[in-house]
Write a protein that binds this ligand. Structure first.
Ligand code: GLA
Length: 409
């Protein structure tokens, strides 16, 4: 493993730097005083189920062992002071203020979402003053859900400080609302759900409509998760995401008219889509086809994980990537380059883009004995093809958020 921790590095959890929990606690003590609560929340990969979450569909994520930690204390004021140990910045924000298009929006968004959910007459938690110190080893902007890790960790810390009992499904929903309503990112619930419900050595098969989920075995002894950050992000990402959502909604409306059944989400056209697909405009048809088939791939991969058949899971990942590239058109040359390397590498079961697309990361499922070979090939071949150095993260499926009440710091 390389010691180089800049772009193009290959890192494992806490290799070298102090863990985020220790950094967050130290930053809180130094800047503000002794923390009363420590909350952490992980990033995620999504094995199969790309762009299905906001379509009420199926996803198969796993939380990863990279976390954001928030050390928090009540301040007695009416502002939120927040220190990012990772960025080396401190900000004071008004919990009643408007979004500022900065990282602190996730903090204020989480506080506001919790406020709204509070049905007590007491001053809502977000407008009571708190001090927060944040540290993270979830790489930002890599498509590994660093925003969800931050929002869930802040939400959990604020709820604990405010003595609020927020059930887990509610926490995931509130943190999603923080992103959609305050930050202004129209995401689905995939990232927040994985960050809340992740389980060590398990993947989560989640139905985004019913919010029912099942934990499936993904033991590190049998298969490794490797995330490869392409180190590219395209401007297209945000606008294309909204555009795909709108096209899918159009597909729902058209299918509802065309079929003799009620179609509230694309999955409701299951088994009948082929009969009327020819009546849809070509782009709408391709987007809908991706979503319907992707749901089937999640079902297949779920069954395969239950049976411990990782090659079968990998085949679903490969097919998912093809469909995201050709039908949903959210891949890019850099993501395709990493997936191609995985496809040629013995021991790599499968690979696909994870996250919104147009850059960010590829997730690969790799036999434990083949991880070194795969990482080596990516580090050699990806720069050859793109001129860019990748970051390679060897991950394990990890637990979701956690809160510790600290005493006598
Ligand atoms: C982003 C969003 C998720 C999901 C994925 C695509 O990561 O935050 O809600 O839509 O893209 O699967």
């Amino acid at each position: 493993m390389s010691d180089d921790r800049g772009p193009g590095s290959e890192t494992e959890l806490d290799g070298g730097a102090a863990p985020p929990t220790r950094r967050a606690r130290a930053a809180c003590r130094e800047r503000f005083g002794a923390p009363a609560v420590l909350a952490t929340a992980p990033g995620r990969v999504n094995l199969v189920g790309g762009h299905t979450d906001y379509n009420g569909g199926l996803v198969l994520p796993a939380a990863i062992d990279r976390r954001t930690a928030v050390a928090a204390r009540p301040s007695g004021g009416d502002r939120i002071r927040v220190r990012s140990a990772t960025l080396g910045e401190t900000a004071t924000v008004d919990p009643g203020g408007d979004p500022r298009s900065e990282w602190t929006d996730y903090v204020v968004g989480a506080a506001r979402a919790l406020d709204r959910s509070s049905d007590t007459d007491a001053a809502p938690i977000g407008v009571r003053g708190v001090d927060l110190a944040v540290a993270s080893d979830v790489p930002p902007g890599a498509g590994l859900a660093s925003s969800a890790a931050l929002t869930v960790a802040v939400g959990a810390a604020l709820a604990a400080l405010g003595g609020m009992d927020v059930p887990d499904k509610r926490l995931a929903a509130l943190c999603r609302r923080a992103e959609t309503e305050f930050v202004g990112v129209p995401c689905g619930v995939l990232d927040q759900f994985a960050s809340v419900f992740g389980r060590r050595g398990r993947a989560l098969a989640l139905d985004c409509r019913s919010r029912d989920y099942e934990c499936l075995p993904l033991p590190a002894a049998d298969a490794r998760i490797v995330a490869v950050d392409t180190n590219v992000g395209h401007d297209l990402a945000a606008s294309a995401y909204g555009e795909r959502r709108r096209t899918c909604r159009r597909g729902v409306a058209l299918l509802d008219d065309l079929l003799d059944r009620e179609v509230d989400a694309l999955r409701d056209a299951r088994g009948a889509f082929g009969r009327v697909a020819g009546d849809l405009p070509p782009t709408v048809r391709a987007r809908c086809r991706h979503v319907l088939r992707e749901n089937e791939r999640v079902r297949e991969a779920t069954a395969a994980l239950r049976a411990g058949e990782f090659d079968r899971v990998g085949a679903c990942m490969d097919a998912s990537h093809r469909s995201l590239r050709e039908d949903y058109e959210v891949s890019c040359a850099e993501l395709d380059a990493v997936v191609d390397v995985a496809r040629d590498c013995p021991g790599a079961h499968g690979a696909r883009m994870t996250g919104g697309g147009f850059g960010g990361s590829v997730v690969a499922l790799v036999a434990p004995g083949a991880v070194d070979r795969f990482a080596g090939r990516v580090r050699r071949e990806y720069p050859d093809r793109t001129g860019i150095d990748p970051d390679v993260y060897r991950c394990r499926a990890a637990d979701g958020y956690r809160i510790d009440v600290l005493e006598g710091e």
